[in-house]
Write a protein that binds this ligand. Structure first.
Ligand SMILES: Cc1ncc(COP(=O)(O)O)c(C=O)c1O
Length: 451
């Protein structure tokens, strides 16, 4: 039996499976329990305070507690705490939230489909891609292309989109018909002397080759995050989405933007699609939609997709899809209020103001001998730890240098997200300039121990 410090830990080890966790290590060493949140900080059960610079899982945009949203949830639970939206039933919070999302959508969108998580939003989108091509009489268009190292969720279909082999291994996934094209990571994979534009052209050519190899008549959709989050907070190289979208248009391929991380201000616009000039047919979003405080996700679909859904609904007798908690009134009310708070705070302008000190702090880390690259946009960014800057060579995995750096940064009271050799930043959007300074001071102190 592991030696654990208190009874809460013992109960946890006995009862709870933690996602994305080494289960053996967890059984041996137990969890770190977080007990309280206050603004952008969280406290563990030993009372240690952390600046949570990952916003939990890229989601706690307004920090780790919110009185106003708590009251909205409370009131909604008292008024009508549950009702579904099946078979023509509906309710105010879901309708109002859908209207608001269509109003702020980055490109003309026609309807909103609700779920509870980012994975489910992408899952719904996969179904609608297939539904669409069946409705318009091209059932052979079944294959979906996403990128290697992308992350789109953990459900069977969304993890099939995901380009992380460790998430497929021994789960008998991905499903057939899910393909993966190049991971557009300029710093890591650009050839000597290749410009970003040239690299983007190469990425688009690789996509086109894959489409031609598979047969364009079989390719249904392409999926992309504006900034790749769980791939390491990797920005698209200059010109990337312009060239990719040219290819998609050429072969009549639907484009789904996964805005689960980038939606709602993260990149300095309301949507990552605006930052990178993307014109998707569908947009999945979640996380900051409700400031991460209650589960809800939305899939925005354009009129082209909706017209096909009407055809199928006529053909089948109904749109035979749904979740008990889709558009849940409490979650929808909280999301609606979250969007009001963003308006009142001018969250997009705030992120643009904070981008300058954030990027200045991030770029200052490039002076460190082990930081090979440091780049970001808005309030998202990543650094890559290397053994040798000139060759961009990483440390041998068994030395676990990035893990040790991450642990030191935590010791200094900052939580980042460790992804392979990269450390990702996505602080709550309400972070201010003094807090950004504090964050980089602490990270700088931790990094100095690795010179
Ligand atoms: C880009 C992206 N899409 C989808 C998801 C899945 O969202 P969820 O964990 O809510 O299912 C995530 C989660 O981190 C994500 O980062």
């Amino acid at each position: 039996m592991p030696q654990l410090s208190n009874s809460l830990h013992v109960r946890d080890v006995a009862s709870l499976v933690h996602p994305q966790t080494n289960l053996r290590k967890h059984v041996e060493s137990g969890p770190r329990i977080f007990t309280r949140g206050e603004g952008i900080h969280v406290y563990d059960d030993a009372g240690k305070k952390y600046l949570e610079a990952a916003a939990g899982l890229w989601c706690a945009s307004l920090g780790f507690g919110n009185e106003r949203l708590a009251k909205v949830a409370y009131n909604q639970m008292r008024d009508i705490g549950y009702y579904h939206i099946y078979r023509h039933a509906s309710h105010g919070p879901a309708i109002e939230l859908a209207e608001k999302l269509l109003e702020i959508a980055p490109v003309p969108m026609s309807k909103v489909v609700f779920q509870c998580s980012g994975s489910e939003a992408n899952d719904t989108a996969v179904k609608l891609v297939w539904y669409y091509w069946n409705a318009v009489g091209k059932p052979q268009k079944k294959k979906i292309i996403a990128r290697m190292a992308s992350y789109h969720g953990s459900t069977c279909a969304s993890v099939s989109l995901t380009g992380k082999p460790e998430m497929h291994a021994d789960f008998n996934l991905p499903f057939p018909n899910f393909l993966h094209t190049e991971f557009p990571h300029y710093y890591r994979f650009a050839a000597e002397g290749e410009t970003e534009e040239q690299y983007s052209a190469r990425m688009a050519a690789a996509l086109e080759q894959l489409i031609l190899k598979e047969g364009p008549e079989t390719i249904a959709a392409f999926w992309a995050e504006p900034v790749m989050g769980a791939g390491g907070a990797v920005l698209p190289p200059a010109g990337y989405f312009k060239r990719i979208q040219d290819v998609l248009r050429k072969y009549d391929i639907l484009f789904v933007a996964d805005e689960v991380i980038c939606g709602f201000g993260r990149t300095g616009n309301m949507w990552g699609s605006q930052t990178f000039d993307m014109q998707p047919d569908m947009i999945s979003c979640a996380k900051a939609l409700s400031a991460g405080l209650i589960p809800i996700s939305a899939l925005l679909i354009n009129e082209r997709v909706f017209q096909a859904m009407l055809t199928e609904s006529d053909r089948q007798g109904s749109f035979a899809h749904g979740y008990t908690y889709a558009g849940h009134p409490v979650a929808a009310a909280v999301a609606l209020e979250t969007l009001k708070i963003y308006d009142e705070l001018g969250i997009v302008d705030h992120v643009r103001r904070m981008e300058k000190p954030f990027l200045a702090g991030l770029h200052s880390l490039r002076d460190h001998p082990l930081v090979g690259s440091a780049e970001g946009i808005g309030l998202i960014g990543g650094i890559e730890i290397v053994q040798d800057k000139a060759s961009r060579k990483p440390f041998p995995a068994e030395q676990q240098i990035p893990t040790k750096i991450d642990a030191k940064i935590r010791e200094r009271g900052v939580i980042l997200r460790l992804i392979g050799n990269r450390l990702a930043f996505s602080p709550p959007l309400i972070i201010d300039e003094a807090q950004i300074g504090d964050m980089f001071d602490r990270i700088g102190d931790a990094l100095r121990e690795f010179r």
